[in-house]
Design a protein around this ligand. Sequence first.
Ligand code: GRF
Length: 220
Amino acid sequence: MRVVVLASGRGSNLEALIKAERRGELPIRIVGVVSDKRHARALDLARENDIPAIHLGARGFADRQSYDLALFGRIADLQPDMIVLAGFMRILDPVAFAPWLGRIINIHPSLLPLYPGLHTHRRALEAGDRKHGASVHFVTAELDGGPVIAQSVIDILGGDTEDTLASRLLEREHRLLVACVGLLASGRLAWQAGSVLLDGVVLTSPLRFEDLPPTHDKLA
Ligand code: GRF
């Protein structure tokens, strides 16, 4: 499965995918990394790993839709089977990504439908939540609102700050994303008309990361 990753920043989720691919744990090939930010570390990571790294800045485009149409044009050139948003910090125009519906996933640091958008760790702390987590979902026109594939849940501890919560969750995000990409790439997981299918059966609630098969076993 040919995968294109979109990332705006640090790229630690991208790095987790690259490492899993290189260890032979994922039946994918990352055929390109695309960023709206010229200096995104994600682009450096791609170059260091001999993956085509493409920067396309939004400056000079008349509006979001024209930028997004150009963006998906560049992505289409890479002929992906799947697009992974891993810290891509732009809202996508529905018209531009419509041809890719069901083939784009996103990782979001909250237990969706809680806290779409930004500052998820802060919002979970301010709400006094006892649990926090990350979600991988199919991308639809609604911001962070598409059908959720799987979630990983962590406890919020007494002394937690935004930073401690973010870093404890990030490690889970990496494993969650790798596991979801593995399920998609092996054909076990699919999109069907707005629903998530696992082994041909519609999911009625998100998979729990803890219940996902280890990538190794799945490929054995
Ligand atoms: C992650 O927390 C991801 O869930 C969110 O943006 C962050 C990206 O981190 N969408 P990184 O660039 O993958 O390190």
